[in-house]
Write a new protein. Structure first.
Length: 390
């Protein structure tokens, strides 16, 4: 008798399972399908709401909210970049892109179709590796579309309330997560992509802890008037040149500063100017730093909102990090003296030499490792809260 029941159960279950599989459907969503898809960081929308979205700055984040979906994938181009995927704020995976075009990369799977989810894809690598780019050439990311599969997959309006706080970071490798996971030797140059993680950097951590949106424009090796590896005491391709770029590696695309106005702009630049001889003179560095601050603030003069507060950082455990600090502090003071209300406030924070311990808190080429980044963010967070009254 029990055998007959087994047959009946099997006969009943098979068509039910087949019917469940047949009800799954896939929906293709444009990369710029706002308000269900939104980005954090500088991006170039190609072809309006139905077109692709391009970017290359570190920590640019694609966000979407879904329901009715069991699997979510992204179709994109842009080889040798790495990303982390967040599900409801929790880091669930990391992947690297290939050089092929129009590749579909799964972001999450196995979701409960009866629930709603926030999904984020954070670009954890930078735009280029400067003078060693030949070791690992990076290419611009181009998001073509998103694919949702499930019972009734659909985008939701933004589920996470947009933070009213906004931080912009203009910097070098100190702020893009360079070498966080790498060893403190030159072998790390063979694994630049593998060892970089902007999401674990102090700048990203500050934004997470302070509940702020963040835009990070940071490029390893760049200086204020001289780059890290240069045979002259001044360069033409320094970081201030990149201030107004939407795509870091494309000079023609100018960012629209009215799209997103920060409350605070953190500037951490100068150590690369003193990385190799010949060093810039005090006058060259100070005048270059002041000119950079004027360029930054001029971008927001016509925004119709209060001017961002400039927070200038300098210092650290290593002599190279400390070298520019007297000139940075002097430049900030001179810049502040030139301003008239309602001009932006200019602040200076000296990163203490005892905040981190060498070599325990350092990774690739004497850059702060993940633990060092946490220590730095822990020290900076209360100082920034006090400056910004947050």
């Amino acid at each position: 008798m029990s055998r007959w029941w087994c047959v009946v159960v099997v006969l009943v279950l098979v068509p039910v399972l087949a019917a469940d599989a047949a009800t799954l459907r896939t929906v293709e969503v444009p990369a710029s399908a706002a308000p269900g898809v939104w980005y954090e960081g500088r991006v170039d929308q190609v072809g309006g709401v139905s077109g692709a979205v391009r970017y290359d700055w570190p920590c640019v984040t694609l966000n979407l909210a879904v329901t009715g979906a069991s699997t979510v994938s992204v179709v994109m181009d842009g080889g040798n970049n790495e990303f982390v995927v967040l599900l409801n704020g929790r880091n669930v995976s990391r992947f690297r892109t290939t050089d092929a075009e129009k590749v579909s990369y799964p972001l999450v799977s196995g979701l409960n179709t009866k629930q709603s989810y926030n999904i984020s894809m954070v670009k954890i690598t930078e735009a280029s590796y400067f003078f060693v780019s030949f070791l690992m050439p990076l290419t611009t990311v181009q998001i073509r579309s998103l694919s949702l599969t499930g019972d009734d997959p659909q985008l939701l309006p933004r589920m996470v309330t947009a933070s009213k706080r906004r931080i912009e970071v203009f910097s070098d490798s100190d702020s893009n997560g360079f070498g966080i996971d790498g060893p403190d030797d030159y072998e790390c140059l063979l694994g630049l992509v593998k060892y970089e993680n902007c999401y674990q950097g102090y700048a990203s951590l500050l934004a997470q802890w302070l509940n702020a949106e963040v835009h990070i424009e940071a490029w390893s090796g760049k200086g204020v008037v001289k780059n890290a590896v240069s045979i002259t005491n001044e360069d033409g391709d320094v970081m201030p040149v990149y201030w107004n770029r939407t795509i870091a590696t494309e000079p023609k695309g100018i960012w629209n500063f009215q799209r997103w106005v920060p409350d605070a702009i953190i500037v951490l630049l100068g150590s690369n100017d003193y990385y190799s001889w010949p060093y810039p003179t005090d006058e060259e560095f100070i005048s270059g730093y002041i000119a950079m601050l004027h360029r930054i603030t001029a971008a927001y003069n016509s925004s119709g909102t209060p001017q961002p507060v400039l927070i200038n950082l300098c210092g650290g455990a290593l002599a190279n990090n400390q070298a520019p600090c007297p000139n940075v502090q002097k430049a900030v003071s001179l810049f502040a003296a030139q301003q008239q209300p309602p001009a932006p406030k200019a602040q200076f924070i000296l990163i203490g030499s005892d905040w981190l311990v060498y070599p325990q808190d350092f990774g690739c080429l004497d850059h702060r490792n993940a633990g060092g980044q946490v220590k730095l963010a822990t020290r900076l967070a209360p100082l920034i809260r006090r400056i910004m009254n947050w």
